[in-house]
Design a protein around this ligand. Sequence first.
Ligand SMILES: C[S@@+](CC[C@H](N)C(=O)[O-])C[C@H]1O[C@@H](n2cnc3c(N)ncnc32)[C@H](O)[C@@H]1O
Ligand SMILES: *[C@@H]1O[C@H](CO)[C@@H](O)[C@H](O)[C@H]1NC(C)=O
Ligand SMILES: *[C@@H]1O[C@H](CO)[C@@H](O)[C@H](O)[C@H]1NC(C)=O
Ligand SMILES: *[C@@H]1O[C@H](CO)[C@@H](O)[C@H](O)[C@H]1NC(C)=O
Ligand SMILES: *[C@@H]1O[C@H](CO)[C@@H](O)[C@H](O)[C@H]1NC(C)=O
Length: 417
Amino acid sequence: MTFFLARGLEWLWLLRMTDSYRGVHNAVSPVGDAEKFLMQWKDALQLALARLLVKEKVKTVEDLVNLNQIPEVSKPRYVRVNTLKIDVDSALLELGRQNMVQKDDVVPDLLILPPATDLHNHPLVINGSVFLQGKASSMVATALDPKPGWEVLDACAAPGNKTAHLAALMRGKGRIIACELNKERVKRLKETIKLSGASNIKVLNGDFLNINPKDPSVSTIRAILLDPSCSGSGTVSVRLDNLLPSYAAADVKDTERLNKLAAFQKKALAHALSFPAAERVVYSTCSIHQIENEDVIESVLPLAASYGFQLATPFPQWQLRGLPVFQGSQHLLRTDPAEDGEGFFIALFTKEDRINHFEKQAICNTSEALSRENCSDQLLNRKKRCVIPYVGTRLFQIWLHGKQDWPQKNQKHFQNK
Ligand SMILES: C[S@@+](CC[C@H](N)C(=O)[O-])C[C@H]1O[C@@H](n2cnc3c(N)ncnc32)[C@H](O)[C@@H]1O
Ligand SMILES: *[C@@H]1O[C@H](CO)[C@@H](O)[C@H](O)[C@H]1NC(C)=O
Ligand SMILES: *[C@@H]1O[C@H](CO)[C@@H](O)[C@H](O)[C@H]1NC(C)=O
Ligand SMILES: *[C@@H]1O[C@H](CO)[C@@H](O)[C@H](O)[C@H]1NC(C)=O
Ligand SMILES: *[C@@H]1O[C@H](CO)[C@@H](O)[C@H](O)[C@H]1NC(C)=O
């Protein structure tokens, strides 16, 4: 019964997220049917829950959930191949000697192993050829997609698994600055970097907020990974307590802490967006709280637009997107603590104009463009012609918040590129 209720609540919670998401896109209603359903049954559910708490002799929903946690062993294990030291196929072969291994279909350098596989003492882990890094965590650097030769900043770097991933994605070419405030954690960061074999990472022990974006040493940074301190609520297996109406008043201390974290997160993201040469910025947390995720993104949108940034869609094939709390939140990505093992959040800002790139191609392919050299001028004229009449409408919103969702029906075509 306990299990059933916990699962049921979890299901409703997920449904509430996905349903209300769909609601926005179908322009039906911002509140999904599941939420209405949930609200109708709220009292009954609460009563059942209260009875259950008494029966199980626990005080909080969290304790209840802990009683019924999906055992760790049921989650698949992931390892990220450190391609600085070994290629994916060799790692697959090597690990495949003793385990069932397969490649992940979302992150190219990630391998999936059966639940409960213990690799802590595996030679490949010991010598840094593979890292024990979860899927969600491995999606962050992949979303940033830094190119070999770029200058890249990891703003809040320790213990450094994402820094090491960046170095691998850049094939050791270019320059990475790994900034970390906490002196103790800098030690861990340095160990991780050493283990990774990367030789192009410079560690900076200091406050990211104190880095002056105009300083010549950072004025050429093209990509920034910002994975700031967060509540970590996404890693606490399955959280259901936020479903309860009592949640709002639950813990004033908790709320204070979240507000403080969110204030730092907003400041740090605004700072990251201000680096003059930055064209890609990823913001990520291992939190499930809106206040640390969608709210942070929404608060910087005008600033981001003023720098020429827009939200892009990391992993377009991924189903679970941001909570539908603002226009454009469908670009954001969430992972589900139950399904994916961790509750993660990823947002990607880019200055590069992906739709325009394809729009440009399409126009340049038509007879409208007499020469390839001047078709971007034509594109500019065309843009002026078609955007201005729509100011104030949905198109303008899209133009502001990212062009990817227009035109919606061609998006699939673009994503396959
Ligand atoms: C979530 S952890 C980063 C995890 C890391 N990206 C990884 O994947 O291994 C956040 C880190 O940011 C550091 N931090 C917090 N405030 C900072 C600041 N103002 N400047 C630089 N680092 C900061 C914390 O000490 C902590 O190590
Ligand atoms: C790491 O260990 C594996 C397995 O023993 C070995 O094949 C590989 O060559 C080692 N790599 C490095 C960089 O030491
Ligand atoms: C980072 O990688 C190390 C080495 O594989 C692993 O032991 C550790 O659990 C990882 N930490 C995180 C937070 O992913
Ligand atoms: C435009 O033409 C190029 C080269 O012929 C082709 O690769 C591309 O797919 C075309 N783009 C569109 C949007 O039609
Ligand atoms: C650019 O395109 C126009 C047609 O829109 C054409 O008349 C002109 O010759 C082109 N200019 C160059 C430099 O190719």
